[in-house]
Design a binder for this molecule. Structure first.
Ligand SMILES: [Zn+2]
Length: 405
């Protein structure tokens, strides 16, 4: 069997394993031939067999001619290998798990760094009413929150219009650098409840997506557009992946996977989309929003560390999050669903390592390279590489792929 077909066949088995053990499947989207779809596989070999087959696949992948493609594929398979070891019951400490999948070592931000981020929030909120920074932010959050039925209504009405604006900005700021056009059948929005995340891009294949918003979660009126933009970027990135996969019949691109080193670049890029587009949030609150986002991310990562490395219970982690990031306790508790060790029904939480992708993808890879490209007048090269070379989108290949910038 050819490499691409064998790869998809094995992914099917691993997809079945991840679904069985965690309730979440590792294949996030698929746009290859119907008969090879890994999403259709409903059985898997024992883990030892899966690991042995992955090793055979790595040996075969070493024959891949194109350097970036070879590095990206091997790196993907190595990450998947760690996922299989984890979900087949091997006792892998959280730090090793995140390192094995993403090549990132979880560390805790020190209190000095957290205090610095809190001071930035304090400064940015100085004009708001309230007795101290925590009081000011809690009041401001309450006044500007959007959740439940109100959120549902906003998604059904305003968000489609805002998406059109974002689409136009993509054309103006990014697609202008491309000679090729990509098909885009657009996005359908839907609202959901009870998910561990706030919003999600379900790429459907055939150049269309369903973007879901979780109305159990609380968003802020001023920053909702950032989330819309983040999810829209996932859609655009997948449009190009699908186009390139179809044109070249590169089966290794046909399945978009969670939990590989591509995820770090995918999330980092989605988090930078508003920088690419020069998307302005409300002028008055932009400094506050930025400072809250920085603080929130650091506290989130610390809470993940406390729960998964230090064995801290959920109540303590929620209280920590609420007091350090100035959040209502109930909201802090809901947000922990993404990084808690086990799901509410006692399964391993598939998402718990994934929380490390967003911050590091933005801070260490996508944003600095984008800023460098801006300075050196190389945005054309930057966007062409990022969207037209799918093998640039992995931390294993990033440095080589962007060495021209
Ligand atoms: Zn995302």
């Amino acid at each position: 069997m050819a490499f691409g077909e064998e790869y998809l066949r094995l992914l099917g088995e691993i997809n079945d394993l991840t679904g069985e053990v965690t309730g979440v499947t590792i294949v996030d989207a698929y746009f290859g031939p119907e008969n090879l779809s890994p999403e259709k596989t409903k059985r898997h070999s024992p883990p030892e067999k899966l690991l042995a087959n992955l090793d055979v696949l790595i040996a075969e992948a070493k024959e891949t001619e194109d350097r970036l493609r070879r590095i990206a594929i091997i790196s993907d398979i190595e990450s998947i290998r760690v996922v299989v070891r984890w979900l087949s019951g091997e006792d892998i400490p959280y730090k090793r798990l995140v390192e094995g999948i993403f090549g990132i070592t979880p560390l805790k931000f020190g209190q000095r760094e957290i205090s610095r981020a809190q001071h930035a929030v304090d400064d940015a909120s100085a004009k708001l009413p309230g007795s101290d920074v925590a009081d000011r932010i809690l009041r401001w959050r309450e006044e500007n929150k959007i959740t439940g039925d109100t959120l549902k209504k906003t998604i059904e009405t305003d968000v489609a219009g805002r998406t059109k604006q974002i689409e136009k900005l993509f054309t103006k700021r990014i697609f202008r650098y491309f000679l090729v056009k990509v098909e885009n059948r657009g996005i359908i929005y839907k609202t959901v409840k009870g998910e561990p995340w706030g919003a999600y891009n379900y790429y459907q294949g055939n150049y269309a997506s369903i973007n879901a918003f979780n109305i159990d979660r609380t968003f802020n009126k001023h920053s909702l557009i950032w989330t819309v933009c983040h999810e829209y970027e996932h859609h655009v990135a997948n449009l190009f992946k699908e186009k390139i996969c179809r044109e070249n019949n590169w089966l290794d691109l046909a399945a978009v996977l969670l939990h590989t080193k591509r995820s770090i670049i995918d999330e980092g890029t989605a988090n930078c989309a508003r920088d690419f587009l020069h998307l302005q949030s409300d002028e008055d609150s932009s400094e506050l929003l930025e400072s809250l986002r920085d603080l929130g991310t650091m506290v989130d990562l610390n809470a993940a560390y406390m729960q998964n490395v230090e064995g801290c219970d959920e109540k303590t982690a929620a209280e920590y999050k609420a007091s350090e990031a100035f959040l209502p306790l109930e909201e802090a508790r809901k947000q922990l669903a993404f990084s808690r060790p086990l799901t509410s029904d006692g399964k391993p939480n598939f998402w718990k390592p994934y929380i490390y992708t967003y911050f590091f993808g933005r801070r260490d890879y996508v944003l600095p390279t984008f800023q460098k490209a801006q300075k050196k007048d190389k945005l054309r090269e930057f966007f062409q590489t990022l969207y037209l070379n799918p093998y640039s989108r992995s931390t294993s290949t990033w440095e080589s792929a962007f060495s021209n910038i």
